[in-house]
Design a protein. Structure first.
Length: 146
């Protein structure tokens, strides 16, 4: 049921009900509950070819991009400590990676996913800082130049 809740909170609540979902045959999406839900919502469930991830071309490209961003963010170690001394793993970087991805201009559209999807680009915390007080971390410079 966790997958259904995530689907409701992150997909349906922001984008509405999709017309089609392409799945890689993950049992989470082939379970009887999901099959019934798709029928009730009128969503078509299509499956990619087994053992052929290239079928999901755009999704695979995005996954590769996210993986590359995570590698760059965690290049200086898979864990980091915040200013209060708490240790965090790469999973805690995902919201920052999502923001970075959604505010990066894409070559196919010439626009950011945020601008295409929402009509505006979110501001970063750094947008509110005084420029003369800002010191850029080397990892941030690397990410900006990629």
């Amino acid at each position: 049921m966790d997958t259904a809740l995530l689907f409701q909170n992150n997909i349906i609540s922001t984008c509405g009900v999709p017309k089609i979902i392409i799945s890689d045959r993950d049992p989470k999406f082939t379970f009887k509950f999901w099959t019934n839900l798709y029928e009730m919502l009128g969503t078509k469930l299509a499956f990619s070819t087994a053992y052929h991830p290239q079928t999901d071309g755009l999704a695979e490209m995005m996954s590769q991009t996210i993986e590359d961003i995570l590698r760059r963010f965690s290049a200086y170690g898979m864990e980091y400590k915040d200013h209060e001394g708490y240790t965090h793993g790469w999973v805690t970087l995902l919201p920052a990676v999502q923001l970075a991805y959604n505010t990066s201009q894409h070559s196919t559209t010439g626009k950011t996913p945020a601008l295409v999807g929402k009509g505006w680009n979110p501001l970063f915390p750094v947008d509110h800082l005084k420029k003369n007080l800002l010191t850029i971390h080397p990892t941030a410079k690397d990410f900006h130049e990629m």
